[in-house]
Design a protein around this ligand. Structure first.
Ligand code: NAD
Ligand code: TDX
Length: 341
């Protein structure tokens, strides 16, 4: 049901609800917020898996298979909803180097179409973005980005996310669209596509292949459990100030090499049992954002503060759910092999 002292959200649209974070968010809402009904709009790209939400009660969750770039679909679906929580995007940096056009279409045009529909039907929008819009930091730089830091994206993926954020800000100011934005660090947890770093390495070990590290492995990412990100999105969508951006992170920076060694150790393998492969072109060195505003204004705190425990739980989930990931594993690895990775 609607929250006290905030926006009452009873019927929400979740775009990209068959992807990694979107499906975790739908599951979170069904579990934690009884009375809220969810309409998922997802065009079911290669990154989607409808099985991630298929067990949820149909009276709480309805799936509309469709494209957020389709204005007439949005005009049919949005009326009667209190908010759109916008996760739908092409999300993988390596793919944005191989095929940037898909990122411009889905991430920029998709957000534009949603903004126009939210404006026409007076629906609140929460836009889910990334820490990557601020660009990278040097490995020895003690700084973290804050909400006021300039946008300096470096990959085609992060450039399209930055573009979509700027559209949201402009529509909020010029047309009065009620919107909030969150920029989150690297997520890990269940239901993540095996193309991404953590599940790729876990499932490589499970199928008897060696994990693959790009370059030196010194690049740093700030890891957050997907469940903590989902709680932050709910807090911002219901209680965040309209027009504001909130940074989301759990202050858990690790080099890729450290995370890979952690995974190998927790799976009972030698910590050096991996291959070094071709580095990502333009590979961002370090991402770090400061979540103080979210903590101060909305009282959010991460609950998963022990990365080793979170990784153990994630390994256990992939071990227990081969039918969820095995069908896409071979094709994913074939794509990587073709790129020398
Ligand atoms: P994902 O690739 O796992 O899922 C994306 C989902 O969006 C898929 O189900 C796909 O079918 C759907 N989709 C794509 N284009 C669509 C369109 N035009 N119309 C309808 N559906 C469409 O992505 P994810 O990792 O869950 O990321 C979700 C959002 O969170 C993205 O906006 C991403 O930029 C952002 N984000 C991700 C991370 C991370 O660590 N994964 C961190 C910060 C922010
Ligand atoms: O096999 C691999 N080996 C490797 O060393 C893969 C797939 C990745 N890497 C490295 C590249 C990155 O430094 O690991 C790090 C994490 O890689 P990804 O999982 O591809 O994530 P990243 O590029 O950091 O972006 C992620 O976090 C921010 C999400 O994919 C984005 O959607 C989000 O915005």
């Amino acid at each position: 049901m609607g929250e006290k002292n905030g926006r009452a959200l009873e019927r929400i649209v979740v775009t990209g609800g068959c992807g990694f974070i979107g499906s975790n968010f739908v599951r979170h809402v069904v579990r934690e917020h009884p009375g809220v009904r969810v309409t998922v709009i997802d065009k079911l790209t290669y990154a989607a898996n409808p099985a991630s939400i298929a067990d949820l009660p149909p009276e709480r969750v309805r799936l509309v298979v469709g494209d957020v770039c389709d204005a007439s679909l949005l005009d049919r679906v949005l009326p009667g909803h209190d908010a759109v929580i916008h996760f739908a995007a092409e999300s993988h940096n390596d793919n944005s180097i191989a095929d940037p056009g898909a990122f411009v279409r889905n991430n920029v045009d998709g957000t534009f179409r949603l903004l126009e529909a939210c404006r026409a039907h007076d629906v609140f929008l929460h836009h889910v973005s990334t820490d990557e819009v601020y660009g990278d930091l040097a490995l020895d730089d003690p700084a973290r980005f804050s909400e006021g830091s300039p946008y300096r994206p470096s990959s085609p993926y992060s450039a399209t996310k930055a573009s979509s954020d700027l559209l949201v800000r402009a529509w909020a100011r010029t047309f009065g669209v009620r919107a909030t934005i969150s920029c989150c660090s690297n997520n890990y947890g269940p239901y993540q596509n095996v193309e991404k770093f953590v599940p790729r390495q876990i499932t490589n070990v499970l199928v008897g292949a060696r994990p693959r590290l790009y370059g030196s492995g010194r690049n740093v990412r700030d890891w957050i459990h997907v469940e903590d990100h989902c709680r932050a999105v709910w807090e911002i969508a219901t209680r965040g100030r309209v027009g504001e951006t909130y940074l989301v992170a759990a202050r858990s920076e690790r080099s890729n090499l450290e995370v890979l060694r952690l995974i190998l150790e927790r799976m009972g393998r030698d910590a050096d049992d991996f291959d070094v492969v071709r580095d990502r072109p333009g590979h961002d060195r370090r991402y770090a954002v400061d979540p103080s505003k979210l903590e101060r204004e909305l009282g959010w705190r991460p609950l998963h503060t022990n990365l080793a425990e979170g990784i153990d739980q994630t390994i256990a989930w992939y071990r227990a759910h081969p039918s969820w990931w095995l069908p896409t594993k071979r094709a994913t690895e074939a794509r990587y092999a073709a790129r020398g990775q």
